[in-house]
Design a binder for this molecule. Structure first.
Ligand code: AMP
Ligand code: ZN
Length: 438
């Protein structure tokens, strides 16, 4: 929209549970997008909402409220739940080197803006009110479903199963403001009565508040195309009569055992912490995600994660001495151009990573680490740091055990040193120890 600037909106987490690694794949994709734009010299304003109102367990307004289910489960207030999991979310994204958004507005702090937007839709004749709440009338919005190429007639049967409100006019109509739900703990007053906002309206209201009525790029996972983003467009364009978003970019799903993993039915490995508990490094997971293009599904397995981690260890181990490109500027610039071209071709991250692996140039990896976010400089330096006093003592003890041919003690000491985060090898001069990068 504006030279040199990008206004980017990404749908953020619903903070009623830990993010699962599928969610985190989407945030990694969005982080790479932002970093690629910045690498190309754009000034990016990145807004990501925090859904702390809670929304229904299905996208279609029916079902239990996620935040309230969590509040009952954990015997805490919905606000406590929301703040706790918001913090947990940012702890995960920090461990994955995902840059914090420029702004992370909370839905509960933007209810006024949501009410104003619903009023504009009401003035435009796009709403109707029942005892259940204020609905968006999708039949009165000409382009409804265009993004998802929805066939509304085909959708009817599937959707009717979740329709509980008899006065709802069309199956695809959705709630802007819920009324008469006294069991819902979070309530606000509004021109229509006491209640709470629908989920979709929060993204329309907060994106327009911080990025304008039309902005450059809107992201989310592919699951948001048929309902959430379709509804965001209807609400926004219905009120403003200008295009809501220039480009939509959707991240494909992470699959586990070929099945969609979700927060509610995840197995034992579903959060970043569960990977850390297995001994995996968060940046190993980030590197694993970089092996897949954002528009392709990616199959998760621990074996694939370990293979990616081994690959990343090799990147951290690269040295300036082996770097042939470093001394040849023309060759370096040509390689740099190829990697950048790959990244700029619809975020060809796997292609770019493949090129970087073929060049084996530490200097080139370091430059593109601004995009890849793998902490290469820090991790390589960590390997060269002097060893701590504690480990020096263990090395001495192990050398002594080996001189005494006490192999079981030697093995036990090796395992102890490894568990402290070091690689151990045996050389002619005794135990050789290096800090492990990952
Ligand atoms: P939620 O917190 O449920 O609103 O989801 C946060 C983000 O993760 C959204 O952009 C979803 O589209 C995305 N998402 C959900 N499940 C997956 C998955 N298995 N793989 C990748 N992204 C996902
Ligand atoms: Zn959204």
């Amino acid at each position: 929209m504006e030279a040199g600037k990008v206004h980017l909106y990404c749908c953020g987490p619903t903070v009623y549970n830990y993010a699962h690694i599928g969610n985190l794949r989407t945030y990694i994709f969005e982080d790479i997008l932002r970093r690629v734009l910045e690498f190309n010299g754009y000034d990016v304003t990145h807004v990501m909402n925090i859904t702390d109102v809670g929304h229904m367990t299905t996208d279609e307004d029916a079902g239990d409220d996620k935040m309230e289910v969590a509040a009952r489960r954990e015997n805490r207030s919905p606000y406590e739940i929301a703040r706790f999991y918001e913090q947990a979310f940012f702890h995960d994204t920090e461990r994955l080197n995902i840059l914090p958004p420029t702004r992370a507005p909370r839905a509960t702090e933007h209810v006024v803006q949501m009410i104003e937007l619903i009023q504009r839709l009401e003035e435009a004749g796009l709403t109707y009110t029942t005892s259940e709440g204020v609905y968006f009338d999708t039949a009165r919005f000409a382009d409804y479903g265009k993004l998802a190429r929805l066939n509304l007639t085909g959708q009817r049967t599937a959707r009717e199963e979740v329709v509980t409100d008899e006065s709802k006019r069309n199956p695809s109509d959705f709630m802007l403001w819920f009324l008469n739900k006294p069991s819902h703990i979070m309530q606000w007053t509004s021109p229509w009565g006491t209640g709470y906002p629908g989920w979709h309206i929060e993204c329309s209201a907060m994106s327009m508040t911080y990025l304008g009525e039309t902005f450059d790029i809107h992201c989310g996972g592919v699951d948001h195309i048929p309902v959430h983003h379709t509804n965001e467009i209807a609400q926004s364009e219905g009120a403003t009569h200008v295009p809501f978003v220039k480009y939509w970019m959707h991240g494909e799903f992470l699959l586990m055992d070929k099945e969609k993993i979700s927060k509610s039915k995840g197995g034992s490995i579903n959060t970043l912490q569960s990977l850390v508990d297995l001994g995996c490094d968060p940046l190993g997971y980030r590197y694993f995600c970089l092996q897949g293009h954002y528009r392709a599904e990616l199959n998760f397995s621990v074996a694939a994660l370990e293979a990616a981690t081994t690959g990343l260890r090799k990147v951290y181990a690269l040295t300036d001495e082996d770097d042939v490109l470093k001394a040849d500027d023309a060759a370096y610039q040509q390689a740099r151009r190829r990697v950048l071209t790959a990244l700029n071709d619809d975020l060809g991250v796997p292609h770019a990573v493949g090129l970087l692996n073929s060049y084996q140039s530490r200097k080139l990896w370091l430059e593109f680490d601004a995009v890849l976010g793998l902490d290469i400089a820090k991790r390589a330096m960590k390997q060269d740091e002097p060893l701590g006093e504690e480990v020096l003592v263990l090395i001495e003890q192990r050398n002594a055990a080996r001189r005494n041919r006490d192999w079981s003690r030697s093995d036990a000491l090796r395992d102890e040193i490894i568990s402290m985060g070091y690689d151990v090898a045996d050389g002619p001069d005794g135990t050789r120890v290096k800090r492990r990068s990952i």
